[in-house]
Design a protein around this ligand. Structure first.
Ligand SMILES: [Zn+2]
Length: 399
């Protein structure tokens, strides 16, 4: 076992990162004032589509830098770095829409300090695409003149999502979408998922590792996904379409609420505790304003979570029509795959066949385009219900 085991389907990236780890080890051995060794650099940008394992790759790299053996996977530095508890590895993720100056400033201070026990001080920013102009500028200064033993690891969906001033200072590593069977194998090995369920989950999630994991381990998620995929069959009238839209938005709200409510309460209790205001029936004005600030942040986070869940449902719907199109083009026939193309939703074959026969490729493409439009509108802050209602009306079968 090594730290790279969970970085699935990324052989090319791992070769580059391993090369950097050995260059880094030479620098450590040469002493604190050593010159840079080719292959290692102070700022990295890991890019890859959502679910490709950016943060897993960043943690593995951080662990390998701390490990005397370059990432053995079982020593204390490896295990603590992977778990996110290594004293010299800071992991920053945000659920805010943006990373603000206040979020970034503490990192700059941390980055100036030499590593306490480890070989490198590593700072991982999981959402570098959420830096805004001011926080990006603050960060830029730190990245331009790093202390000799500090490494920045920035993660983002693509280089285009990161401020150009920042990305031009970083060495880029691109991750690809991992193969379905590699994701399934990871779910079995790492999460103890049943092999058949893991294979289904990896395929249904189209190799998005986080979604696949949730589908493999959470039966509720599997049921919700199935319900979403059955929605198009229920769109007989405009009234039914509006009803279906309401259902879809409500399911997204429930699911994101389940995920955030508990954490909101914990955060509130922790804030009151730190302000010495636990158990007070009336909060003093200074405390009240801080609580209000927290509540506003939580509300923003809830909105974002709801939109993310809704977007996942729309991606599921997109996979349904993608399958319908595959059938209409004859890439898969009654005997199975014709040219190596597989159905994402093979378990819904009956539904897919009847959709395929009831419509035409042109109609299917138009529906896929409508889903894409709805996703864009929601991303652009259109009311989710309005956007989904308009979509459902467009998905109705043509009479
Ligand atoms: Zn190790």
């Amino acid at each position: 076992m090594t730290v790279w085991d969970d970085v699935v389907g990324q052989e090319a990236a791992i070769v580059t990162l391993k090369h950097a780890v050995s260059a880094a080890a030479q620098m450590v051995e040469a002493g604190p004032r050593s010159a840079a060794v080719a292959g290692m650099t102070h700022a990295w940008l890991l890019t890859g589509p959502p679910g490709s394992g950016r943060s897993t790759a960043a943690r593995a790299f951080a662990a390998a830098l701390q490990c005397v053996e370059g990432g053995c996977g079982h020593c204390k530095p490896c295990l603590t770095a992977l778990a996110g508890t290594h004293a010299d590895v800071s992991l920053i993720a945000t659920e805010h829409v943006q990373l603000r100056v206040d979020d970034v400033r503490p990192l700059i201070t941390t980055a100036q300090r030499s590593p306490s026990a480890g070989r490198w001080r590593v700072i991982v920013i999981e959402d570098a695409d959420r830096l805004n102009d001011s926080s990006g500028n603050v960060l830029l200064k730190a990245i331009e003149e790093p202390p000799p033993r500090t490494v920045w690891l920035l993660c983002a969906p693509s280089a285009d999502d990161v401020l150009v001033t920042i990305r031009s200072r970083c060495r880029r590593i691109g991750l690809r979408i991992p193969p379905v069977d590699a994701v399934a194998a990871l779910l079995v090995r790492r999460d103890g998922a049943d092999p058949a369920v893991a294979a289904f989950a990896a395929r249904a999630a189209q190799s998005h590792i986080g979604l696949a994991r949730r589908l493999a381990l959470d039966e509720g998620a599997r049921i919700r996904r199935r319900e979403v995929l059955k929605l198009p069959g229920k769109l007989r009238s405009v009234g039914a379409a509006v009803l279906a839209a309401g259902q879809l938005v409500e399911v997204a709200a429930d699911e994101s609420k389940a995920a955030t409510t508990e954490r909101d309460a914990v955060e509130r209790a922790a804030l009151l505790h730190s302000l010495g205001a636990e158990g007070l029936s009336t909060l003093p004005p200074a405390v009240r304003s801080q609580v209000r600030q927290l509540e506003e942040n939580q509300k923003r986070r809830a909105t974002r979570a709801q939109r993310d869940v809704l977007d996942r449902s729309l991606v599921d719907l997109l996979s349904l029509y993608r399958d319908v199109l595959v059938l209409q083009f004859g890439c898969v026939d009654a005997n199975g795959s014709v040219d190596g193309v597989e159905l994402v939703n093979a378990e819904l074959a009956d539904l897919l066949w009847s959709e395929a026969q009831a419509s035409t490729p042109t109609a299917t493409l138009r529906r896929m385009e409508a889903i894409g439009q709805a996703r864009e509108r929601i991303e652009a802050n259109v009311s989710p219900l309005l956007a989904v209602e308009a979509l459902m009306v467009q998905l109705r079968p043509v009479a």
